[in-house]
Unconditional design. Structure first.
Length: 119
């Protein structure tokens, strides 16, 4: 049974930090690139960060570059999103996403974790 389970969301003040985690099970994690998406209230889901299956390359959306850092630990089947200098506009449900390195239609989604940035 494939699972992606996110954790680490919550309420944080502007300027604060959070670290999201996503633990994978039921598939060979090291063969998948991993991404974080987010969906703000009333808006479309957007891709914000990706890390390749080896962890060698990361890419970011302009809106989070320089503030967020994606990383992975293949030994722990876990991908992380370190979020610093949080802004109210970062309020969203954050989703973990896995895509096979070769078979690009082989994808999985997590259930999402809420991040709220507010004073």
């Amino acid at each position: 049974q494939v699972q992606l389970v996110e954790s680490g969301g919550g309420l944080v003040q502007p300027g604060g930090s959070l670290r999201l985690s996503c633990v994978a099970s039921g598939f060979t994690f090291s063969r998948y690139s991993m991404s974080w998406y987010r969906q703000p209230p009333g808006k479309e889901r957007e891709l914000i960060a990706t890390i390749t299956y080896t962890g060698g390359t990361t890419t970011y959306a302009d809106s989070v570059r320089g503030r967020f850092t994606i990383s992975r630990d293949n030994a722990k089947n876990t991908v992380y999103l370190q979020m610093d200098s949080l802004e109210a506009e970062d309020t969203a449900v954050y989703y973990c996403y896995a895509q096979h390195r070769t078979w690009r239609t082989d994808v999985y989604w997590g259930q999402g974790t809420q991040v709220t940035v507010s004073s």
